[in-house]
Ligand binder design. Structure first.
Ligand code: CP
Ligand code: NVA
Length: 329
């Protein structure tokens, strides 16, 4: 499989075989890392990481992944570069392409990462936009494979804001890999109808289904993986919290929800998560709305079914696979 020179902007651009290949490569990298085996295959190359939003996992996975592969790394945060203020995306992209061998971008509109890629002569990787978060799902599916083996015909259910970047990307990857996908949310938070139609076509080609439902019983029944994400995403106005809490409180992942799923079902979350009041925002929400846990209870988050730390670790191996596969000559 030759993916060299390809961008990684959204999973819609990748075939089922290409996605499975990247996950297989990630498994090989995980094995090498665990055994301490040499894999500085990209020595002498350099990558630049552009972050217009905060990050822990994605930034660290790109940095450690690049360094493990022998590469140099430059991080440019929301302030401190000319991008967007004095320099257009097109000019930034062309300049960075002259110095670097790969460009990662996390920001707001998907259009920006697509534009970066249009002007870049080196691979561009999407580290999260408002619409998609494609590297996350490689780690999610890798984690499902570690628990279930072949994931085809399994069922993944997303509860929460089903229009967000994580839910959109999950729907795409599930439909491409023949995993049954359901989202449980109030219908005002269902994903974009056009994207649903596109994914339904992939799903029917791959023998799986897509279900949008307001009913937790219907959505969660037969689930192998229960997935949730924050109720308010980065870039959304803080004034939306009250409305979102009112809409999504009934969709919190708690032990009752887990009990409706298959007996060996796992819990997944891209993280960060509000499962207690040990965060600044968590504390503010508690003081304002009396809610100690939001999208998932602490009990479920800390349970044996929760695979969120494996999932977080797998970000490193999958992002390394994406960089290696697309940069390799
Ligand atoms: N899951 C994820 O993308 O985490 P960060 O925002 O910490 O990168
Ligand atoms: N939907 C979340 C995902 C964070 C990894 C956000 O965009 O903030």
């Amino acid at each position: 499989m030759d993916l060299s020179g390809r961008d990684f902007l959204k999973l819609l651009d990748y075939s089922k075989e290409e996605i499975l290949y990247l996950i297989k490569l990630a498994r090989a990298f995980k094995d090498k890392k665990q055994k301490g085996e040499f894999h500085r295959y990209l020595e002498g190359k350099n990558v630049v990481l552009l972050f217009e939003k905060d990050s822990t996992r994605t930034r660290c996975a790109f940095e450690v992944g690049a360094k493990d592969l022998g590469m140099g790394v430059t991080y440019l945060g929301p302030t401190g570069s000319q991008m967007g203020k004095k320099e257009s995306i097109a000019d930034t992209s062309r300049v960075l392409s002259r110095m670097y061998d790969g460009i990662e971008y996390r920001g707001f509109s998907q259009e920006v990462v697509e534009e970066l890629a249009r002007y870049s002569s080196v691979p561009v990787w999407n580290g999260l936009t408002d619409e998609f978060h494609p590297t996350q799902m490689l780690a999610d599916i890798m984690t499902m494979e570690e628990n279930f083996g072949d994931v085809k015909d399994r069922k993944l259910v997303f509860l929460g804001d089903a229009r967000n970047n994580v839910a959109n990307s999950l729907m795409v990857i599930c439909s491409k890999l023949g995993i049954n996908f359901a989202c449980c949310a109030p219908n005002s938070l269902f994903p974009n109808a056009e994207l649903v139609e596109t994914c339904k076509k992939f799903a029917s080609e791959n023998g799986s289904t897509i279900t949008l439902t307001e009913s937790i019983e219907e959505g969660v029944s037969g689930a192998d993986a229960i997935y949730t994400d924050v109720w308010v995403s980065m870039g959304e106005d803080a004034s939306i919290w009250e409305e979102r809490i009112n809409l999504l409180r009934p969709y919190q992942v708690n032990s009752n929800v887990m009990a409706l799923a298959n007996p060996n079902a796992i819990f997944l979350h891209c993280l960060p998560s509000f499962h207690d009041t040990n965060t600044k925002i968590g504390k503010e929400i508690y003081e304002k709305f009396g809610l100690e846990e939001m999208e998932v209870t602490n009990e479920v988050f800390e349970s044996n079914a929760s695979k969120v730390m494996d999932e977080a670790e797998n970000r490193l191996h999958t992002i390394k696979a994406v960089m290696y596969a697309t940069m390799r000559k």
